[in-house]
Design a protein around this ligand. Structure first.
Ligand code: AMP
Ligand code: GLY
Length: 422
């Protein structure tokens, strides 16, 4: 069986490594992938947003199943086009991917179907937005409606910050058309949990829960990043909370999408906040999280490709999805300076004994050597029977990976370890 994976980061590398375990898989193509994946898949130099070229490549190469991992190609309708060309795909079609593609859509959906989320208002007019925020209390959350590389959310601590966020999105268009519409939202507090789920539009199966660490610096300080590390499962997410989320959030969301004629198939990611008033949805993503995938998939006992196909073909109710009992921790090693300016082009060395749990993102091959090529260079994952063991092992592995100007957080999982004494 020939498999195509669209995307090029650590998440895609984790997917490739999991798919590779299936004995029926003869070849994996990753598009565009990155140099760090060259041992695991065939790299195809086509961008993840070049839809027509992707479909053309898939048809000519006899791809049996395609996995579209990143948000952009999903929102652009890559799954629709591959399916129309007769290639079955993992991931939602364009109509369903809007659940991530438009925050206004997802907020309206939650309001209409009574799914718990922060109170909000949507604006397309800058003056109306500015008038509204002048009467609000702070912090206040300002979100660009569309995709914005994970940077479209501003937590404004004061009226002045909120005004400048609205202006930068609506007037200066720093996120282009993604900011033509904005959502202004109540600020919620509580531990955050990421829950990725498999769904075929009828059955929804949550994966093991996880916790991202979005800020650049230790102690959750500094700028927001694409994610500096993850742990799974998330100890704040108890069985009782999980049952409540299934009842109040997951099933109602799948039902709501069906009622809207936007059946969702693939991985639906619930970004939740466990507030004093119960779990609430912070965001939906129409895809696997990065770097959540790098801790969730290593704990998956079942065959990933079998489960993915079950979401496509509507047989998830008959497909076992099992996870190991232990814990996993992923530490992201970045280029110093990320998410602002950083240097690249430095040689990366990884000791043979830790290669298994290393997922490459910003890496490329140059003259036969692997060199840094991005802000988040790679993720190092380890598993353990306890969370503490997983964290210690991940940091021990990090010591066996080196490149000039490497930076990583030293406290991934520290907050989760304290969950017991909150
Ligand atoms: P997002 O880019 O949508 O993942 O949001 C980035 C981060 O902003 C989230 O992980 C939360 O930490 C924070 N955030 C988003 N919405 C809210 C909210 N209503 N209240 C508090 N924090 C929020
Ligand atoms: N780690 C957050 C995301 O993938 O959106």
């Amino acid at each position: 069986m020939k498999i195509l994976v669209v995307g090029g980061g650590g998440r895609e590398h984790a997917i490739v490594k999991a798919i590779k375990k299936n004995k029926e898989v003869s070849e994996i193509f990753v598009l565009p992938g990155n140099g760090g994946m060259a041992d695991d898949a065939t790299l195809v130099p086509i961008g993840a947003k070049e839809t027509d070229k992707i479909v053309d490549f898939a048809a000519k190469s006899g791809i049996d199943y395609a996995i579209v991992a990143p948000d952009d190609p999903l929102v652009l309708g890559t799954v629709d086009k591959l399916s129309a060309a007769g290639i079955p795909c993992f991931g939602p079609d364009k109509k369903a991917a809007i659940i991530e593609g438009s925050k206004a859509f997802s907020k309206d959906l939650m309001q209409k179907y009574g799914i718990p989320t922060a109170k909000y208002k949507v604006f397309t007019d800058e003056k109306a937005a500015l008038d509204y925020i002048s009467g609000e209390s702070f912090p206040l959350v300002i979100k660009a409606d569309g995709l914005a590389l994970g940077k479209g959310v501003i937590i404004a601590e004061s009226l002045r910050e909120a005004q400048s966020a609205v202006k930068s999105m609506m007037e200066d268009k720093v996120f282009g058309e993604s900011g033509a519409k904005i959502v202004v939202e109540e600020f919620l507090t509580g531990p955050e949990v990421s829950v990725l789920t498999f769904t075929d539009g009828k059955t929804v199966v949550p994966m093991v829960s996880s916790m991202d660490h979005k800020r650049a610096l230790d102690g959750d300080k500094g700028l927001n990043t694409g994610g500096m590390g993850t742990i799974a499962p998330n100890p704040y997410y108890t069985d009782e909370i999980a049952a409540r989320c299934m009842r109040e959030i997951f099933i109602p969301t799948i039902d709501a999408m069906n009622k809207e004629g936007r059946t969702f198939k693939g991985c639906l990611y619930f970004g939740l906040m466990l507030t004093e008033n119960g779990p609430k949805v912070i965001e939906y993503n129409c895809r696997f999280g990065d770097p959540e995938t790098q801790v969730v998939l290593p704990l998956l006992k079942s065959d990933l490709l079998t489960v993915m196909k079950a979401t496509t073909f509507g047989t998830l109710d008959k497909t076992p999805v099992e996870f190991e009992d232990g814990y996993a921790c992923c530490v992201i090693m970045a280029s110093k300076g990320y998410p602002s300016a950083y240097e690249k082009g430095y040689e990366i060395t990884v000791a043979d004994e830790v290669k298994d749990g290393v997922y490459f993102a910003g890496a490329k091959l140059k003259d036969g050597k692997l060199v840094t090529d991005g802000g988040r260079v790679l993720g190092v994952t380890a598993k353990g029977e306890t969370l503490k063991e997983a964290i210690d092992k991940a940091y021990a592995k990090v010591k066996k990976v080196s490149f000039a100007n490497a930076y990583y957080r030293k406290d991934i999982g520290a907050r989760a370890l304290k969950a017991g004494d909150k």
